[in-house]
Design a protein around this ligand. Sequence first.
Ligand code: SAM
Ligand code: SF4
Length: 338
Amino acid sequence: MDGTAPLTTAPSLIDRFGRPITYLRLSVTDRCDLRCVYCMAARPNFLPRSGLLTLEELTAIGERFIARGVRKIRITGGEPLVRRDVTTLIGNLGRHVGASLDELTLTTNATRLALHAERLVSAGVKRVNVSLDTRDPARFGRLTRGGDLSRTLAGIEAGRRAGLQIKINTVALKGENENEIPDLVAWAHGQGFDMTLIEVMPVGDVGEDRADQFLPLTTVREVLESRWSLTDIPDRTGGPARYVRIAETGGRLGFITPLTGNFCAGCNRVRLTCTGQLYTCLGHDGALDLRSAYRDGGIAAIDARLDEAMAIKPERHDFDVSRGAGPAVNRHMAQTGG
Ligand code: SAM
Ligand code: SF4
């Protein structure tokens, strides 16, 4: 289709608590070239490729979300850049940026960003989130179970050179990057990158007790405050992060606190897995199958499922990481689309 042609519009997505759903996280694969210890098991059972939504289906469903009022799409996974046709998808959806879509972006581990950065920029991507939990090569290798830090750093550099705005996402991990976080913040801000810290969430069994990984961001904030002056700022980037400005670094730091500060009241998002399962909440089971809806009934059937989704989206998640508590849901983050 002609990217400048408006999509046929339809009633906006508003859930039963009156929250407008304007943000879609679209997973294109559950596969990844890393095995982060909080995200996946060491030997994950990846889905058969035949189960994935095709490029045509991802485009059609993505465009239907846009027609129903979604203004921001984040492509994710697994690692989105390991899917071969992902840049075509980004090109297809990118045609709506500046018209019916405010932003098309992605979350990546950056190992392949150097290969794709220029194409992403031409497709209309302006910002990417890069996940980086440490700048220590040995710790990086341990946390990703074998990853090579230099590839991620080279990807970040290539992204910057191509003109992408970069935000660093860091999961706070007890006894791992705990003491490194201030240095990571100083580095990111020194590079001109925003940064967001994330509490580890109990999603999927990763073979470790979450209580051993969990580091509350209230503790991290105290440590940062003993070193720098943090001022709360009202900035929002369409997600659950709450931001501070650090006077000494001049940079912005976000906190995503699903455990210590529930952020569900302002939830504006839904997640579509790479097999077309629509999850209305990261912390709840129960999905609507958009793939079979689309295959059986086309766009009209997608619309019916989306209306159903608005009627069942839960008010909030109920994460708990106390010792011995099982995962809140059995899906890993890489399956739902983190
Ligand atoms: N592979 C890409 C990446 O790492 O950026 C995109 C997918 S990854 C699942 C998306 C984000 O989810 C990453 O920032 C990762 O750190 C985060 N994540 C994965 N498992 C998590 C968990 N259990 N708790 C909190 N964040 C998690
Ligand atoms: Fe892969 Fe991202 Fe999960 Fe790490 S967090 S294993 S990079 S999907």
